[in-house]
Unconditional design. Structure first.
Length: 318
């Protein structure tokens, strides 16, 4: 029987917490958890621990929160725990070569795409935005590049026509947990094979910027509908009407035409807005300081008339 692996874990948000939970539930002893320092969050902007830190403390695991991992002092606790393997999931820090070389069996990353498609920071958002029909999880051996290390294990997950980043994230988080448990078992048994990245099919999932959250109504309706789902829950898509920034959370593509941004209909069934090609029937909307509302309820608090025209507008704090 192979001796149990000594595991360290590095991650920060809910996606990573689900992976850590799966590793612990599978019986692996996690010697140390690395996570980002507590950050201000919520309306009161109180310092709030990450989802990974909260889980680690609840399970009695030692936590370290270095700002960086560039110096020996910043890496001291990781070095002292002498892990066989470091599992990394949405940690938020670039690992220097000294960290990559520290674990005896290297560092395994849980990435939310089928590499080499969608390397980078926002693979779930970009897959939905691009209209991909399938994504998945890749477990890879980390190297100095950006999601370029050898692929060790991958599993596919279909993208549903109704998926938002939130719904797809939750399924991929569970799948990522299952995949890393299988990868650790194969690693311990010496059966975890590695496949180099192919030269073709590489795409980059750039971090989502707030500037992308302003609707350009001259784009085709099908593209805007996908972007609406891709940017849910953050940052949302917004446009302004009568100097009020309105966020759009759900819509269906309809066969209608008009000047881009013009309201073609407004009733309980939705606000129909003309796009560069086709139109969107927008069914869930939100005003500043309010919550998301179905179109009919939204219209009872904010009248919208046929013929009015939405302009590009800045996002607002929901």
């Amino acid at each position: 029987m192979n001796p149990p692996l000594r595991v360290a874990f590095a991650g920060t948000p809910e996606f990573a917490a689900r992976a850590l939970e799966s590793i612990l539930d599978a019986g692996y002893a996690v010697a140390l958890v690395l996570t980002q320092p507590d950050r201000p969050a919520g309306r009161g902007m109180k310092l709030t621990p990450s989802a990974v830190k909260q889980l680690a403390l609840a399970r009695g695991i030692e936590v370290d929160q270095p700002e960086k991992l560039r110096t020996d002092a910043q890496r001291a606790r990781l070095a002292a725990c002498a892990p066989d393997v470091l599992v990394v999931a949405a940690y938020g820090l670039i690992l220097p070569q000294a960290v990559l070389e520290l674990p005896r069996l290297g560092c395994l990353n849980i990435h939310a795409s089928l590499l080499p498609r969608w390397r980078g920071a926002a693979p779930i958002h970009r897959a939905i935005e691009a209209g991909d029909e399938v994504t998945g999880i890749t477990i890879m051996q980390m190297d100095a590049g950006l999601d370029t290390g050898p692929m060790l294990l991958h599993r596919a997950e279909p993208i549903l026509p109704t998926d938002t980043t939130a719904s797809l994230h939750d399924r991929l988080a569970l799948l990522g947990g299952a995949c890393i448990v299988d990868a650790l078992a194969a690693l311990a048994a010496g059966t975890l094979g590695a496949t180099p990245h192919p030269a073709d099919g590489v795409t980059y999932a750039a971090k989502i910027g707030r500037a992308e959250a302003t609707i350009d109504w001259t784009r085709p309706a099908v593209e805007l509908e996908r972007a609406m789902r891709a940017f849910d829950p953050f940052p949302g898509l917004a446009s302004s009407l009568r100097d009020t920034a309105i966020k759009f959370w759900s819509a269906q593509v309809v066969d209608a035409a008009g000047v881009a941004g013009t309201v073609l209909a407004a009733d309980d069934g939705g606000i129909v807005v003309a796009c560069g090609r086709g139109a969107l029937r927008c069914t869930v909307l939100q005003r500043p300081g309010s919550r998301r509302l179905p179109a009919g309820e939204f219209l009872r608090g904010f009248a919208v008339s046929v013929g009015e025209r939405f302009a590009a507008g800045a996002t607002h704090a929901a």
